[in-house]
Design a protein around this ligand. Sequence first.
Ligand SMILES: NC(=O)c1ccc[n+]([C@@H]2O[C@H](COP(=O)([O-])OP(=O)(O)OC[C@H]3O[C@@H](n4cnc5c(N)ncnc54)[C@H](OP(=O)(O)O)[C@@H]3O)[C@@H](O)[C@H]2O)c1
Length: 257
Amino acid sequence: MPNPLAPGSLAGKRVLVTGSSRGIGADTVGYFAEAGASVVINYRNKEARAAKLANSIREAGGTAIVVGADLTDPESVAAMFDQVQAELDGLDILVLNASGGMESGMAEDYAMTLNRDAQVDLLTSALPLLAPGSRVVFVTSHQAHFINTTETMPEYLPVALSKRAGEDALRSLIPRLDEAGIGFVVVSGDMIEGTITATLLERANPGAIGARKEAAGRLYNVSEFAAEVAAAAVDPIPANHTRYVGDVSDFGPIEGE
Ligand SMILES: NC(=O)c1ccc[n+]([C@@H]2O[C@H](COP(=O)([O-])OP(=O)(O)OC[C@H]3O[C@@H](n4cnc5c(N)ncnc54)[C@H](OP(=O)(O)O)[C@@H]3O)[C@@H](O)[C@H]2O)c1
């Protein structure tokens, strides 16, 4: 997938993508780095993958730092922002991409803790680093964004409810963000082919990916969806603060339009 960001267009900009050691976050951070931004690659467990990605960015002439932080641990989030402030002196783009809730062996309310509470805490902690003109992007799925009106697979329900609760909590901060001159946009996409989540859901619901493909016409892959997330960080913000990726005709209704 070609980079949607023009070469050099983000020179001098500083970008943090949460959960960027792998998957959609990793491809997103790659687009920002290629466009000239200094990027912060955040990981929870996958340090080696994060370091490898940072090395490949540096080898291509880019600037990347790697910061481990479990977003559900306020101390490690505070340490991450201390390091970002010390090394980059602030942020211009913050992408809230990290997500979870289908991991085994976690507390029953882990999805809410990560997808709602930790997202709000993270954005609140980031505010002092975000100057007027900066942008916050929250990444979610159609299955979560539309969960109040469109049913989803039972295995995904706790994630969908918690991500929607996180989105609502973040949206409630829009007036405060507006006052500070910080833009906010949600990027929502259907199941993304080739991701662990889609693979797990397909395993539990054989035919789920094929059914979505048929309903939506096609599904995006990781690099295509990451390109939409990267573009959302620079494109004009839609009136309802939501960028829908792909077809949403069998989800809905679309809010705020
Ligand atoms: N997959 C889909 O089909 C799909 C569809 C639409 C939207 N989305 C959205 O796209 C985003 C990325 O999805 P993905 O499928 O690429 O995710 P993923 O492969 O499951 O990757 C999740 C990332 O989040 C990090 N992470 C998980 N828990 C964390 C925590 N407690 N603290 C810090 N980092 C944590 C992981 O870090 P480690 O690897 O280091 O643990 C990893 O880098 C999510 O917001 C998701 O809702 C996904």
